[in-house]
Design a protein around this ligand. Structure first.
Ligand code: NAP
Length: 517
């Protein structure tokens, strides 16, 4: 347990899908806790990416012909290997991102959960199925799934293990090859995933990792892949969606969020405080489903705010490769500056700092204190824009209806949380929220960790879903094979055509295909 050693990086760097990688220009990879270089990574080009896609396309034909049950066995082996290498994977995730170990564990476990889930349900979900045909009995219709081909994955730096792996395992289960462009800050997490997939038996061409700048390697991927899965900012997501649209390839994306939590007067306040602390500061708030807005009903607002501020002020923050810290570092200087800018702007315009509100350079260059603000209004940057850091604003509301209205008053629609008197009341509130996931008595993990259920965003928070059957079938082209038997569509031998045409609607009515008189 600790910062990965040089031998680990030397072993992993050999897995990049870049020919002659050791003679290429490199980029520094920083240990986020200290802000110092711990490794370098070769910088790929558009040609490297194009070659990786060509090789992936050639290998994919064989992979698509492998029975789904065999693909599932490989994913089972991969899930087991992830578990065997839990500590090493967490070390790499912490080193590249600066997150607390609890959140490194969260994402590594998510990889194993997702791989295992699709291994279990994949063969059945992908099996050809019979559906009702146009003419009962005479039209035999089967729906089957063909893989898209080469799925491109562009992944971000915040959850770099699971966002490299979990969309990929679904694409692989469906019979695709995957070419991935990991974020330039966190390529070793993707390479650590690649190593275990290869050890499980996957051909390297089927999960090719091409590090390099988004504007070069990412652009080459959207220009060549047969489908694009993107996780990152809404702005980049919109650009990529437009480009994918021009090529008429499928696209899905999980983007930003300005996620609300509602605490009603009947809620268990201590439980809500615990839930909020984890939901606002998981991975130092750099989580697309983290909570950034807290709406609390008036009768419990003082109690909640007092207890929440005390809890946040007592959080243990620090560079720790063990489980002792509640929160780690942010991932980069850019992130610290973005959070600081939101806090400075809000305070200058009259917001009150209830906890945190400052950089913590004594801990490391990218540390920022977990921060709670009150008195935030629409003139402040952090009111409506995603901070993507350890900053949350508390708002007192007069009623649940007001909380729902304010929670929905955003262009985003990713995740929400509800703490209420009882689960039924909370579910009814949840059903009125325009978000892809609602967590009750919890901030974000219950819905995210439930891999059988879809997860994704409404509005500018995303397109499509990961997890659930949706997260698998999106990587397929549905194909309908209809066989006409016994009687033709244009007539029955021996029956005059005029009579046949008169009989058709009657028969369709009789069989329930058309409405009766
Ligand atoms: P970003 O610019 O969207 O980057 C995410 C990924 O997209 C990286 O791999 C990046 O490559 C790549 N990329 C960037 N521009 C591209 C382009 N023109 N063509 C193809 N690929 C491109 O996000 P960011 O700047 O790292 O983070 C900014 C904000 O994004 C955050 O503050 C947050 O709002 C959001 N975000 C959301 C999530 C999430 O989980 N939904 C995750 C991370 C960030 P490079 O290696 O060149 O950067």
């Amino acid at each position: 347990m600790g910062k990965p050693d040089t031998a680990t990086f030397d072993r992993l760097v050999r897995l990049v899908a870049i020919d002659g990688y050791d003679a290429r220009p490199t980029r520094s990879i920083l240990e986020a806790f200290s802000g110092t270089e711990m490794a370098t990574i070769p910088v790929g080009t558009a040609d490297d990416l194009t070659l990786a896609v060509q090789r992936a396309r050639a290998a994919q034909t064989r992979w698509a012909a492998t029975p789904p049950k065999e693909r599932a066995k490989l994913l089972e082996r991969f899930a087991a290997l992830v578990f065997d290498h839990l500590d090493e994977l967490m070390d790499i995730a912490q080193a590249e991102t600066g997150k607390a170990r609890a959140y490194a564990q969260e994402e590594v476990v998510d990889v194993a959960l997702t791989a295992r889930h699709y291994a279990k349900v994949g063969p059945k979900t992908l099996a050809a199925r019979k559906v009702k045909g146009m003419i009962p009995v005479a039209t035999d219709v089967r729906v089957r799934y063909q893989p898209k081909g080469v799925v491109g994955v562009i992944s971000p730096w915040n959850y770099p293990v699971t966002l490299a792996a979990s969309d990929a395992v679904a694409a692989l289960m469906a019979g695709n090859a995957v070419v991935i462009k990991p974020d330039s800050q966190t390529p070793y997490c993707a390479l650590a995933v690649a190593e275990l997939l290869y050890e499980a038996g996957l051909a390297p061409e089927l999960f090719a990792v091409v590090p390099g700048p988004g504007g070069v390697v990412g652009q080459a991927l959207v220009a060549t892949a047969d489908y694009l899965m993107f996780t990152g900012s809404s702005q980049t997501g919109a650009t990529l969606a437009e480009q994918a649209g021009r090529r008429l390839i499928g696209f899905s994306a999980e983007l930003g969020g300005k996620n609300p939590m509602i605490v009603t007067k009947g809620a268990d306040i201590d439980r809500a405080v615990e839930g909020a602390a984890r939901a606002c500061y998981s991975n130092s708030g750099q989580l697309c489903i983290a909570i950034e807005r807290l709406y609390v009903e008036k009768p419990v607002a003082d109690e909640f705010t007092r207890k929440f501020a005390a809890k946040v002020n007592s959080m243990k923050v620090g560079p720790d490769y063990g489980f002792d810290a509640d929160m780690g570092s942010l991932a980069s200087k850019a992130q610290v500056d973005a959070v600081d800018a939101h806090v400075t702007d809000a305070v200058a315009k009259g917001a009150t700092v209830l906890a945190g509100g400052k950089k913590l350079p004594e801990l490391g260059p990218f540390f920022y204190a977990p921060t709670v603000l009150s008195g935030v209004n629409e003139h402040m940057e952090c009111f409506a824009s995603e901070t993507f850091g350890p900053l949350v604003s508390v708002y007192e509301v007069d009623s649940v209806d007001e909380a729902i209205k304010l929670a929905n008053d955003t262009d985003y629609g990713l995740n929400a949380s509800v703490f209420a008197g009882d689960a039924q009341e909370a579910r009814e509130i949840g059903a009125q929220l325009r978000v892809g996931t609602v967590n009750i008595n919890e901030g974000y993990a219950a819905a995210w960790g439930s891999t059988a259920a879809p997860m994704g965003g409404m509005g500018i928070s995303g397109v499509g879903r990961r997890h659930g059957p949706e997260g698998l079938v999106k990587y397929c082209e549905s194909q309908t094979i209809a066989t006409q038997r016994f009687i033709g569509i244009d007539g029955i031998r021996g029956v005059p055509r005029k009579l046949f045409l008169k009989l058709v609607p009657l028969a369709m009515r009789a069989t329930g295909l058309l409405p009766g008189r």
